[in-house]
Ligand binder design. Structure first.
Ligand code: PEP
Ligand code: MG
Length: 586
């Protein structure tokens, strides 16, 4: 019997704000695994009929969901079910699958799988990211038909009688549309993003949700108590009493809390004694741009470009250019910081050949990969430079460990500039070039690196991982992952001091920057910019405006005399509980 785990803190993407506290209810949504089964000519018609029946059954199921939604006056979500019903009418789906049965002499399941596979390849080639993301709707329909073919029940949510938090690998939009607020307190999933239909529906139903948690279904056991914060993306499994109580209080005043926070979105992030800090957003898709202005972000502090490489083919220059141009135009008058590819480690794409690495987090990732695959790197750089003519872009290299790498990367950038010059292609000649500070060796020579870049951006997710030797995705050592470890505070302070001495600015774009409780420490550290998940910005802004830079510096001085993260965390929480008794616990 595994030991009951307590106070496990996970971080995903908060896609629908609100606090939910309750018992976990795991639902099975694994893929239906089927083998391609050869059939005899005489069995063809039987398989065709089985397939047609499964399609009809799927339609009936969705019709029932639709009727239910209409009865429950949840009409605004019916369009999603209608879209799924339309997919079921799709001639290509029906004809292709039947053709596969007849010509390839295979069973209905295998024939459908083949069609789904081909469709998925077509979708991956679609340029528009929003449309490409609709692939999941089609896949969900395919899975529904498959379930009906193999007689596997769709583990619905309508039978749930107690108030629970749903834990699933993935959820379909129709699952979400059927969720009743009085039964389903919230949901958490392994996969998903802000722009999936499931997330969109969750937001409009105001059901708190956190997605993209990687392996939450393996970490949570049935009956565990979970707290989820759909604003910050934090999920806590079996929290201690004090945390439980604090979240409970916050959840009771949540609506008021959220409305009050939004009052801050248009106000400047300035402390009482006139010190300002830029609050920017971290995003991965141009479709998230509206969320930036909705929450008062001043531009994009980190645009992760890995998503562009997730399709079945590598992005070409136009893919890069179009994406970054949308960003440049979309965030005007602010700027967007584009980080060049940070692939490798825990971020992998299937169609790039990766050598087996014993320790991928320390392997050929990020800038190391780009410097090896120079053509791929140049393609991305060309896209960024060309897009820089359409607004204010900054470029940032990830995982720089020393000066040599920086000079090499800048050298390639210079070559690309010259190439564009020779062709008369416009780009922003003043575009700032910066680096992520996420490797201890770079932090140790921050003063040297600062001479050759325009800015630093501290990636605390990796900086903590490498400084404390804690694998960021290993749940066994997660308890040692301490952002307020005295070593981390000293390292950050060293980076900021070196940067300021050289006259350059420092941003922080790791998760630490979006932790409201840490705002006084971050202010005390004199960071110039904090970049975070956009929905947290109003809260951080409220805290910045309620503090003075001098009191933040004093708090920092005090905690820097402490020897452990626990003592520092305790002092910081105590300070926040005094200032904001409704929002923080000691
Ligand atoms: C970081 O390491 O803090 C960071 C922002 O980059 P990523 O999480 O993408 O590695
Ligand atoms: Mg990183």
């Amino acid at each position: 019997m595994p030991k009951k785990r307590e106070n496990i803190i996970l971080k995903g993407i908060g896609v629908s704000s609100g606090i939910a506290i309750g018992r976990a209810h795991l639902i099975e949504r694994g893929r239906v695994e089927v083998e391609e089964r050869p059939i005899k000519k005489g069995q063809v018609e039987k398989e065709v009929t089985r397939f047609r029946r499964a399609v009809e059954q799927s339609k009936l199921q969705l019709q029932r969901v639709k009727e239910k939604l209409l009865k429950e006056s949840a009409k605004e979500h019916v369009y999603i079910i209608d879209a799924h019903l339309l997919i079921l009418e799709d001639k290509m789906l029906i004809d292709d699958t039947i053709k596969n049965i007849r010509e390839r002499l295979i069973g209905a399941e295998g024939a459908l799988k083949r069609h789904m596979h081909n469709l998925s390849m077509i979708f991956d080639r679609i340029e528009d990211e929003y449309l490409r993301a609709r692939k999941s709707d089609i896949e969900q329909i395919g899975e529904r038909i498959l379930r009906n073919l193999v007689g596997k029940k769709h583990d619905g949510l309508s039978h749930i009688k107690e108030k629970v938090i749903i834990v699933a690998h993935d959820l379909t939009p129709s699952d979400t549309a059927q969720m009743k607020k009085d039964k389903i307190l919230g949901f958490v999933t392994d996969i998903g993003g802000r722009t999936s239909h499931t997330s969109i529906v969750a937001r409009s139903l105001e059901i708190p949700a956190v997605v993209g948690l990687d392996n939450v279904t393996q970490q949570i056991m049935p009956g565990d108590i979970i707290v989820l914060d759909g604003m910050t993306g934090v999920v806590i499994i079996n929290p201690p009493k004090s945390v439980f109580k604090a979240y409970l209080e916050r959840s009771q005043n949540y609506q008021y809390f959220e409305e009050e926070l939004l009052r801050f979105k248009k106000l400047p992030a300035v402390t009482k004694d006139g010190h300002s800090v830029r609050l920017a957003g971290n995003i991965e898709l141009p479709e998230e741009i509206p969320s930036l202005s909705e929450h008062g972000a001043e531009g994009i502090g980190l645009y992760r470009t890995e998503f562009l490489y997730m399709g079945k083919r590598l992005p070409v220059e136009e893919d890069h250019f179009e994406t970054y141009r949308k960003l440049a135009e979309g965030v005007a008058p602010y700027s967007a910081t584009i980080r060049t590819l940070d692939m490798g480690g825990d971020k992998m794409v299937s169609h790039i050949e990766w050598a087996e690495e014993i320790n991928p987090a320390m392997g050929l990732r990020a800038i190391r990969f780009s410097l090896k695959e120079v053509e791929l790197f140049q393609t991305q750089l060309r896209g960024i430079l060309r897009a820089s003519a359409y607004g204010k872009l900054k470029i940032m290299f990830p995982m720089i460990s020393g000066m040599q790498e920086l000079r090499q990367a800048k050298g390639i950038l210079e070559e690309v500039r010259k190439e564009l010059d020779s062709k008369g292609i416009a780009y922003d000649r003043e575009m700032e070039v910066g680096i992520m500070m996420e490797i201890p060796s770079a932090a140790a020579i921050a003063d040297i690196l600062a001479r050759e870049v325009d800015f630093f951006s501290i990636g605390t997710n990796d900086l903590i991982q490498y400084s404390l030797a804690i694998d960021r995705v290993n749940e066994h050592v997660a308890y040692l992952y301490e952002p307020l470890h005295p070593a981390i505070i000293r390292i950050i302070k060293g980076i900021v001091d070196s940067a300021h001495a050289a006259g350059i600015k420092v941003s922080m774009c790791g998760e630490m920057a979006g932790e409201p409780a840490y705002v006084p420490i971050l202010l005390g550290l004199e960071l110039d910019e904090l970049s975070m998940n956009a929905p947290v910005i109003p809260w951080v802004k409220k805290i910045v405006r309620a503090m003075s830079a001098s009191e933040a510096k004093k708090l920092l001085r005090d905690v820097m005399a402490f020897s452990t993260a626990t003592e520092i965390e305790g002092r910081v929480r105590e300070h926040m509980a005094e200032l904001f008794p409704d929002e923080f616990v000691r």
